[in-house]
Design a protein around this ligand. Structure first.
Ligand code: AMP
Ligand code: MG
Length: 403
């Protein structure tokens, strides 16, 4: 049994980014990972422009206020100035409009009084006030966006502003998913005695979609070595990463480990000091493929995804990291029990309060089979191995759940 940190380190070591790219556009790139350094061809702002509605002036014209200047033209946004300012002149200007040559400062209209073609400056601005200067925010040719970052709203707005309409992103990982177990039926089927619904496949598919990877569904496989081996083989061929649930414990019908070896996989994790989720099996296959044999218990399967598969998928996707899940420090509002030699991951809700985060344990049993109280939680609180109990009011590390 290895520690959670060791397991994460081994998994990240075993995986390399896919590295393959495909073209993307402003319309399709949300949530994708940028695969190149983007360089813009335009300075931002493209030219000196006004940050206010007011008057473009020459700072040198100002004396003791109020100075009176001649208004020689009006410059709305989107129009080129027709005149350059001579001493003693001003131009009516609006937010975003280009500054005329000769002007170096804008005075906001609230500090002026216009009468006919004369404007009185009631309160002097400082030099260059309210002028957004060409290239202030960005100079053409400099790196604008870095690769390895997931594209969000602001990134896409910046790409659009730079007229960068097509750019490469990394291809999304394909994740093969299947469930193993004679007792499993789909949610639409009538259950006979002893049968249960294969809920794992839905949880895992949603998790994979939430990570913006592409799920490939290989269904339910009975506990039959020949059928299991055939499905494993197909899944390994089809996926960049493979997730199966069940069949990794020590029971008589748990064939996954043996078959992974038969198929040429190099198993480098067989059990991890975590509760729930100890019987995690991870194997490496040629072609940079990782196979995660997750436990069948529904909570164990999802906790395994959040804690171990998510960092792997992130690295595989080309995300520059950090790959580890997101942890915060929180106070617990009731005592939390440890799990002996394993780290206990206890599910519940994390709430931001005025003074920090508060963790509230989900009610009901914390069994790895109790999927019911896992629903509508958003975090896993960690009681480290060797800790008997964390008293109410103490602080502990809590992992936020993303999907
Ligand atoms: P196993 O790891 O195959 O020994 O399964 C452990 C427990 O998880 C058993 O109670 C199974 O019935 C249950 N289980 C296994 N696979 C699934 C699944 N796909 N959906 C829901 N429960 C499952
Ligand atoms: Mg089973």
């Amino acid at each position: 049994m290895i520690s959670v940190d060791q397991a994460q380190a081994l998994i990240l070591q075993a995986i390399a980014p896919l590295g393959e790219t495909e073209p993307s556009t402003l319309e399709t790139a949300l949530g994708r990972i940028l695969a190149t350094t983007v360089t813009g061809k335009l300075d931002i702002p493209h030219w000196d422009n006004s940050a206010m509605d007011g008057y473009a002036i020459r700072f040198a014209d100002l004396e003791e206020e109020p100075v009176e200047l001649e208004v020689v033209e009006t410059i709305p946004a989107g129009q080129a100035p027709q005149k350059s300012l001579a001493p003693g002149q001003a131009a009516r200007i609006f937010t975003g409009a280009m500054l005329p040559t000769g002007a170096d400062t804008v005075v906001m209209q609230e500090h002026t009084e216009q009468r006919g073609d004369r404007v009185k400056i009631l309160q002097n601005p400082s030099l260059r006030q309210f002028v957004r200067q060409r290239g202030d925010y960005y100079r053409a040719g400099e790196p604008l966006l870095k690769p390895g970052q997931r594209l969000g709203a602001a990134d896409l707005a910046v790409l659009a502003a730079c007229q960068c309409v097509e750019f490469p992103v990394y291809r999304q990982p394909r994740v093969a998913i299947f469930s193993t177990g004679d007792e499993l039926r789909s949610p639409q089927e009538k259950l006979e005695i002893g049968q249960i619904v294969d809920s794992n496949r839905y949880g895992l598919t949603a998790f994979v979609q939430g990570q913006r990877a592409i799920p490939k569904n290989f269904g339910i496989v009975p506990d039959d070595p020949a059928q299991l081996k055939a499905t494993m083989e197909k899944a390994i061929a089809a996926g960049d990463l493979i997730l199966s649930t069940g069949g990794v414990s020590v029971g008589e019908f748990d064939y996954v480990e043996k078959l992974l070896e038969e198929l040429g996989g190099e198993i480098f994790i067989r059990s991890v000091a975590i509760r729930p989720g100890k019987p995690l099996t991870v194997a490496k296959f040629p072609g940079n493929k990782l196979y995660f044999g997750l436990p069948g218990n529904p909570v164990s399967a999802l906790v395994g995804c959040w804690r171990f598969v998510q960092p792997a998928l992130k690295k595989l996707s080309g995300d520059a990291g950090p790959w580890a899940p997101e942890f915060v420090w929180a106070t617990c509002d009731q005592p939390l029990k440890g799990a002996g030699k394993r780290d206990a991951y206890l599910w519940g809700t994390l709430v931001a309060t005025a003074t920090g985060y508060l963790f509230h344990l989900a009610g009901g049993g914390h069994s790895s089979a109790n999927l019911v109280n896992l629903a509508q939680t958003n975090a896993l609180a960690i009681v480290p191995q060797g800790t008997g109990e964390i008293p109410a009011g103490d602080r502990l590390r809590v992992m936020r759940l993303q999907t």
